[in-house]
Design a protein around this ligand. Structure first.
Ligand code: PLP
Length: 421
């Protein structure tokens, strides 16, 4: 065995040397992949990743020397990703419960902290029960197939998140796609869907590209009229929308009208990872029996559970963090509007600075980074053609000076590139 290892090292096959399979099929695959990658580059849709060498927070260090970069593009809405109490809770959970369970939940992967967190989530949302998933992507992938049959119908906003679209693809229900936040279209589709057993309207609570909030009051009224259930994805709402940060349903006064909530632990609630479904107990019981991403994937690591659990404690103790974020959002939106920019959405910490032109969005984002401000430009196909933008995300841990500095930089860069007069 040792001799074999020595020979491999001599041939350059030791640890750290990449191996590639030989043979015609591997060579063909490599060619196909390289062509496809070239197509992505050619289409201008290549996504590159900046490497951060510090913790997530309002001030970052980037690989290659960028230090003290002001960060305006994380979903760290409440600044809990690096909150000292959240980190301490993770360390304690790691020490007490170990690195991980090496198991799915129903075999030997459920610890007391998983049950406690599920109970806390249902109490936070005022629902009967909750079930944890490795991510909200998984929660969305797992719910529709488990719940809906070919006798049922699902009606989905056309701009719903990719994970909802994929989850719906996996189910055998009859599928309707209504125009974005268009209640006339939803009503027409609900009328058509009367022939089915169950009707489930599925919508993001807040849409992440536009920072706009679903008209949940109207959706719930239509759901009542046409005897439908309402599902919301609250990834960009949980923890900070509504007077107590419960989400879009609290903001719009329909907590008792929404049947199912899916959300993430990977954004405002500590930012580690994980997702969940909360709603009626029989639904949660069924998901534990049938939902494939829950049944066939490892349980959440204790440190991750510790983070989310502490984040929820902090939010249930006080809504001061959420209110501080709301005040900073208001400051950014009003100052940017006064400077002459158009900011899409309303009252949401996702503040898309609408620019229209894809190249303008890209060069302005690059120039913002040159001034120490990290923001991202989005263009087609992520958003519709002609609606390119720079998406700014506000966090409770930005200071007023950070916000003002960002507005000043936008104003300078906007003037330089002709986005402002
Ligand atoms: N739903 C929405 C609306 C999201 O924005 C995201 C993440 O970007 C997800 C679901 C997936 O959440 P997670 O990161 O927990 O998988």
């Amino acid at each position: 065995m040792w001799r074999g290892a020595a020979v491999r090292v001599l041939r350059g096959g030791g640890a750290g040397t990449p191996r590639s399979a030989s043979g015609a099929a591997s060579a063909q695959l490599r060619r196909l992949l390289e062509n496809e990658l070239e197509d992505i580059r050619g289409a201008g849709t290549w996504k590159s990743e900046r490497i951060i060498t510090s913790r997530q927070g309002p001030h970052l260090r980037l690989a290659g020397g960028g230090a003290g970069i002001l960060n305006f593009c994380a979903n760290n809405y409440l600044g809990l990703s690096s909150h000292p109490e959240v980190i301490r809770a993770a360390v304690e959970a790691l020490e007490k419960f170990g690195a991980g369970l090496s198991s799915v939940r129903f075999i030997c992967g459920t610890q007391s902290i998983h049950k406690d967190l599920e109970e806390k989530i249902s109490r936070f949302h005022q629902r009967e029960d909750a079930i944890l998933y490795p991510s909200c992507f998984d929660a969305n992938a797992g719910i529709f197939e488990a719940l809906l049959t070919p006798e049922d119908a699902v009606l989905s906003d056309e701009l719903n998140h990719a994970s909802i679209i994929d989850g719906i693809r996996l189910c055998k229900a009859n599928k309707y796609r209504y125009k974005h936040m268009d209640m006339q279209d939803l009503e027409a589709k609900l009328q058509d869907a009367q022939k089915h057993r169950l009707r489930l309207v599925a919508t993001d609570g807040a849409f992440s590209m536009d920072g706009d909030i679903a008209p949940l009051r109207e959706i719930c009224q239509l759901a009542q009229k046409y005897d439908a259930l309402v599902f919301i994805d609250e990834c960009h709402a949980t923890g900070f929308l509504g007077p107590n940060g419960r989400g879009t349903d609290e903001l719009l006064g329909v907590m008792d009208k929404v049947t199912i909530i899916n959300s993430t632990l990977g954004k405002a609630l500590g930012g580690a990872a994980g997702g969940y479904t909360t709603g009626p107990k029989p639904l949660i019981d069924l998901l534990r029996q049938r939902s494939r991403p829950y049944l066939f994937s490892n349980s959440l690591p204790p440190a991750v559970v510790g983070c989310a659990s502490k984040a929820l404690d902090l939010l249930m103790e006080s809504n001061a963090i959420a209110q501080s974020m709301a005040a900073k959002t208001q400051r950014f939106r009003s100052k940017m509007t006064a400077a002459g920019f158009t900011i899409s959405g309303k009252d949401h910490p996702i503040c898309p600075v609408m620019l229209g032109d894809a190249r303008l969005a890209a060069v302005m984002a690059e120039d913002m980074l040159n001034r120490g401000i990290y923001v991202i430009g989005f263009s087609y196909p992520v958003v519709p053609k002609g609606k390119a933008r720079i998406r700014v995300q506000i966090s409770a841990v930005h200071s007023n000076e950070d916000i003002d500095h960002c507005v000043e930089a936008f104003t300078e860069v906007g003037r330089k590139h002709g986005a402002l007069p």
